[in-house]
Design a protein around this ligand. Structure first.
Ligand code: B3K
Ligand code: ZN
Length: 855
């Protein structure tokens, strides 16, 4: 913690560390309040570096002793680390420190969760374990001995030897310290074996607490499928004799890719049909894959510095999306990814926290594990693949792995392999890494004598610190349909590279209907005046599943906006088009369920602000409610049939087919509840034999009223299960009616089981409430105050999670003056706190600065 204004670090200031590390030996003697860590590190001067000052990061460490080549030394120690004179030749550094894992509430470094020890080192947590050059470009093999009276003692790499109360591990692959991990506890494994394409026999274990035994099968199965997929699709085989995964209840994020020892938030490991939803299963599959894929894109090839974070994260998200698309429905996966991108990344790119995929400065790197670095970073790779084609992409990746294995790399290294493998000049493409903001592509058209011309203009609005934007390289996938619905031009990619461009199509019999940005081929906002009739036509006829969905989505958005601004009734043409999609049995039920989901309140607020209006959160909420009721009535003849038809016979299976049927059935249930007062939802809740149905019905009851009894029953049934109770807490905060939301959330925070130091529980309640747009933006400012109070409280114990949750305030500057004043006051109250963390200091500073400009 620090009171001073956070000092930024700049990309341009990068210099290599003065020393290389040949070997690290750690000896960790576990104790809740007095763990001893002995480190023996072989350093030698780095010929590539000029600066030979010996500085080791270290925070919250008590130094017991230090020696160089066996001679005791007395280093100079600051809150950030130590420095010491060292020989000009190779030398051995030895140090012993003491730390207190049980007192570590920040969940960074070595800490305790339910009696078990675990670590989280990315980005800069290793410095809370021992003194070390804690930066990703210093890579070394680690050998670790753990002493502790717990039955399971794990670290990275392969097991060397073990006995009662100790274990030794050796990781032969050089790695940066952020990939170090240690776990110790009373754990049980669900195990299997995997033989790699290179003939290596790998022992696979998913470790959980004994009470959770039996809930790790799906995670293990997902791991095996990920290992196989990475061999088949990327030619990447696993490289150790064991792969361990551990589920931890108290965890700041989703999971962590430590070499050979992935540590997971238990919500992304534990699953049984009774306790996990279809969405949970899907997330487990995706995140297990993501962390496993990091073994090559992250661990074997890592980042030179944290500015390059998207090098591993964007690429690994792209890879896990490909995997999910292969395991499930590619079309549905793409639609869901774009919904998330728009809800999180576009919102970020359009607000005070906008930053490039490769930021150029930061005060606290943990604040930059963002949707822009991850999801926009993945989109950039998707565009690259589209531009060079699948073969070019495969060649570039092969070269990347061959050339950079064992190295800490940059975005330049990454683009260079594409240039060499494909002969393309990527100078302009690189702007995707340096320019923040979502580009707008404006499209107009004309048709004359069989020639159809598209006039394309691109523009990126200013973002904080970046007023001027240059044109980007935008792959625009498009197709053309004839007026009778035939495809006259199959998907073609046009490359936009200039501020203005034209695309000409000749020899057409009639003016076509364009299907633009197919598959959402670039993370841009398309601006084109198109009529509701044309959108309905695309919804009915487009061959591109993404654009078919998009047509319906944009119709729904327009309907909702018209209802907010003009109090219009929902257009019957839209309702008919929606009915046709829902009725179409040739379409995947999951797709039909997605078509029935309306744009969210925040998306609508954003769209209104974009048109220069000041969004009224209550009016948006009310319009959405009215549209839902209108849909319920208009499609009334369909619901009962759909509900009966979509029942899944046989035992629960989390696969995409059954999950899609359940999603469509629950969507029908939700609309039906608006007509039958929730009677069927009550019955559905009582009869549910899996969590998807149980929580699905409960959500319907919460939305339409009459959930009290079901909530009580749910709590009695699941009170013992933390993960299930997170859902109970979260749903109530998210779905509370606007006028009750603050009171409901406050009551939840007073509940005996609101264990707020647990990040999952905090996110469920405070994050859930922040996602309740009309509730959070209550005109009284009570929502802002409630969140600010909790952020202040959490910041004192866990700055990382607190800072992350402060993004609730990301959109404050778009609202009316009354709300703005109150939000600003809440943010200023946080900013004024003494002892505010660097994490939170940076976040509120950015939130306030840009907001004030806009105000
Ligand atoms: N690399 C980790 C995230 C670490 C976050 C540190 N604040 C998980 C992942 O992206 O796979
Ligand atoms: Zn990752």
């Amino acid at each position: 913690m620090t009171d001073a204004a956070p000092q930024p670090v700049f990309l341009k200031d990068y210099t290599p560390f003065g020393f290389l590390v040949d070997q690290v030996e750690l000896n960790v003697h576990l104790h809740p309040t007095a763990t001893r860590v002995r480190a023996k590190i072989a350093f030698r001067p780095n010929p590539a570096a000029r600066d030979r000052r010996f500085f080791l990061h270290g925070e919250d460490l008590t130094l017991i002793s230090a020696a160089i080549d066996g001679t005791p030394v007395t280093p100079e120690i600051t809150p950030e680390g130590l420095s010491c004179p060292v020989p000009e030749a190779p030398f051995t550094w030895e140090a012993e420190v003491e730390i207190a894992p049980a007192e570590n509430t920040a969940l960074e470094g070595l800490y305790m969760s339910n009696g078990m020890y675990c670590t989280q080192c990315e980005a800069e947590g290793f410095r809370k374990i021992t003194f070390y050059p804690d930066r990703p470009d210093v890579m070394a093999p680690f050998r670790v001995r753990i002493d502790g009276d717990l039955p399971v003692l794990l670290s990275n790499g392969n097991p060397v030897a073990q006995g009662a109360g100790w274990a030794e591990w050796n990781d032969p692959w050089p790695k940066p310290s952020y990939l170090f991990a240690l776990v110790a506890g009373e754990l049980v494994a669900t195990s299997d074996r995997f033989t790699t394409s290179e003939g290596r026999e790998v022992a696979l274990n998913v470790w959980v607490r004994p009470a959770d035994q039996g809930k790790a099968d799906y995670a293990l199965d997902s791991l095996i499928r990920s290992m196989k997929w990475d061999e088949e699709v990327y030619g990447r085989a696993y490289d150790l004799d064991v792969f361990n995964i551990v589920a931890v209840d108290d965890f700041n994020m989703g999971a962590m890719e430590n070499k050979g020892l992935n540590v997971f938030n238990s919500r992304y490991v534990l699953a049984s049909p009774e306790t996990a939803t279809d969405r949970d299963y899907e997330n487990i599959e995706r995140i297990i894959a993501h962390e496993y894929f990091h073994n090559w894109t992250g661990d074997r090839i890592t980042c030179r510095d944290w500015f390059q974070l998207s090098l591993k994260e964007g690429l690994t998200v792209f890879r896990d999306s490909q995997f999910s698309a292969d395991m499930r429905s590619a079309a549905v996966k793409r639609i869901e990814d774009v919904m998330t991108l728009r809800a999180r990344q576009f919102r970020e790119d359009n607000g005070p926290l906008a930053h490039p995929v490769r930021p150029e400065s930061y005060a606290e790197i943990n604040n930059f594990y963002t949707a822009t670095v991850y999801e926009k970073g993945a989109e950039v790779i998707g565009m690259l693949r589209r531009l060079v084609g699948p073969e070019g992409y495969a060649r570039a990746l092969d070269l990347y792995f061959a050339r950079h294995d064992g190295q800490a790399c940059t975005i330049e290294d990454w683009l260079q392999v594409f240039e060499e493998a494909t002969g393309r000049d990527l100078t302009r493409f690189k702007r995707w890494y340096s320019q923040a903001g979502t580009p707008r592509v404006k499209v107009t058209e004309d048709f004359k004598d069989g020639t159809y011309t598209l006039h394309l203009e691109q523009k990126t609005p200013p973002t904080p610190g970046q007023d001027e934007k240059l044109p980007q390289v935008i792959p625009l996938a498009l197709g053309l349909l004839s007026p009778n619905g035939d495809e006259v031009l199959p998907t073609t990619v046009i490359e936009l590279t200039e501020a203005r461009q034209e695309a000409v199509f000749e020899g057409l019999a009639a003016k076509p209907v364009p299907s633009l940005l197919r598959g959402f081929s670039a993370p841009v906002i398309l601006e084109r005046d198109s009529t509701p009739e044309e959108r309905a036509f695309l919804l009915a006829h487009d061959t591109d599943p993404f654009n078919k969905w998009e047509a319906g989505r944009s119709l729904a958005r327009e309907v909702l906006i018209a209802m907010v601004t003009e109090d219009a009734a929902p257009a019957p043409a839209w309702l008919d088009a929606l009915a046709a999609v829902v009725r179409d049995e040739a379409l995947d039920p999951a797709f039909r369920a997605l078509a029935l989901r309306l744009p969210g309140e925040d998306e609508l607020a954003e769209a209104l602000a974009d048109r220069g209006a000041v969004p009224d959160p209550l009016a948006i909420h009310a319009a959405r409610e009215r549209v839902k009721t209108a849909v319920a009535r208009h499609l009334d003849p369909l619901w009962a049939g759909l509900y009966a038809q979509m029942a899944c016979p046989g035992p629960y299976s989390p696969g995409a087919a059954d999950a899609g049927r359940r999603a469509l059935r629950l969507a029908a249930l939700g609309y039906m509840a608006r007509l039958d007062g929730g009677a069927r939802a009550q019955a559905h809740f009582s009869a549910a034999d899996n969590m998807t149905d149980e929580i699905g019905a409960l959500s319907v009851l919460l939305e339409t009223g009459g959930a009290d009894e079901a909530l009580d029953r749910f709590a009695r049934r699941w009170g013992h299960d933390r993960l299930v109770m997170d859902k109970w807490f979260g749903l109530q905060a998210t779905l509370a009616a606007p006028e009750r939301a603050v009171a409901v959330t406050r009551a939840l925070t007073e509940h005996a089981d609101f264990t707020w130091k647990n990040p999952n529980r905090f996110r469920a309640v405070i994050g859930g409430f922040s996602a309740n747009a009309a509730g959070f933006h209550d005109a009284s400012g009570a929502g802002y105050d409630l969140v600010a109070d909790w952020l202040i409280r959490l910041d004192a114990v866990n700055p990382q999670t607190a800072a992350r949750m402060s993004t609730a305030f990301e959109t404050w500057a778009r609202y009316d003056e009354g709300r703005r004043e109150k939000a600003q006051a809440a943010l200023e109250r946080i900013a004024a706190r003494e002892g505010l963390s660097r994490d939170m200091g940076e976040m509120v500073g950015r939130l306030l600065a840009a907001g004030r400009i806009a105000a």
